[in-house]
Design a protein around this ligand. Structure first.
Ligand code: ZN
Length: 243
């Protein structure tokens, strides 16, 4: 693991500009709220990036100096350049951690890395969510109890069309009856990926202490041990081959 974990929080940053309710919860944007929390953690160097910045916030220099990328998007997934998705995919395969938040399930980068539709059931009805910690010994569950609750949430329900995760760390139950795999991990190449469901923009979910604890844990878990880019070599044999 690098001495300091270089974290970049990317946000499409559109709802906050157009919706007064969202702006009240996140006056400087969701990215700013998340970054302010992560900056307080030991060993993290945190930057932010947004869609409307030059190079969609992620010039090569920043991509290549990011150890863990957090991704929040919703209404503008289609505007993210395919060439940027190519670069992010390569960087994950080489070791960068990726944490995909809430509606980021439909982001280009997540769908690319999963290879499935990532569709799910959803309902916006202000209902309670109980998030069960089903892998309490996983590093992403550090410091949590058996479950935690979000009093007002948008529902996401199964089936979530994802490849079978390496681990399902969190399982949500919703007041309306559905369940959902809310915290899932995968490895792609040398990179670790974590999808975390909570985070609908019209609720104060990124001010919830347990949600923030999960994100801190997830950054530490997703940080790469080392980077490794694969070529496709054609080596001479190490020993004489007798045939
Ligand atoms: Zn949402």
């Amino acid at each position: 693991m690098p001495e300091r974990i270089r974290v970049t929080v990317w946000n499409e940053f559109r709802h906050e500009k157009s919706n007064e309710k969202v702006r009240k919860l996140y006056p400087k944007g969701i990215h700013h709220t998340l970054a302010a929390h992560l900056k307080k953690q030991a060993g993290f160097t945190v930057k932010t990036a947004t869609l409307d910045e030059p190079e969609q916030g992620l010039p090569d220099k920043l991509i290549n100096s990011t150890d863990v990328l957090l991704w929040w998007g919703h209404q503008a997934h289609g505007e993210v350049a395919d060439s940027l998705v190519d670069k992010l995919q390569s960087r994950v395969l080489a070791g960068m951690g990726l944490i995909v938040l809430h509606s980021g399930h439909h982001s280009k980068v997540f769908r690319r890395l999963m290879g499935t539709t990532c569709n799910l059931r959803w309902r916006e009805a202000n209902e309670k969510e109980r998030i069960w910690v089903v892998e309490p010994s996983h590093p992403i569950a550090r410091g949590l109890g058996e479950y935690f609750e979000i009093p007002h949430a948008e529902m996401y329900g199964e089936r979530f069309d994802i490849p079978t995760p390496d681990k399902v760390v969190f399982l949500s139950w919703f007041e309306g009856g559905e369940v959902f795999r809310s915290g899932c991990t995968w490895q792609r190449g040398h990179g670790r990926i974590f999808y975390f469901r909570p985070g609908h923009e019209t609720y104060p979910i990124y001010h919830h202490p347990d949600v923030l604890q999960v994100l801190t844990n997830a950054v530490r878990w997703a940080a790469p041990e080392r980077y490794f880019e694969h070529s496709c070599p054609n080596p001479a044999p190490l020993e004489a081959i007798r045939g």
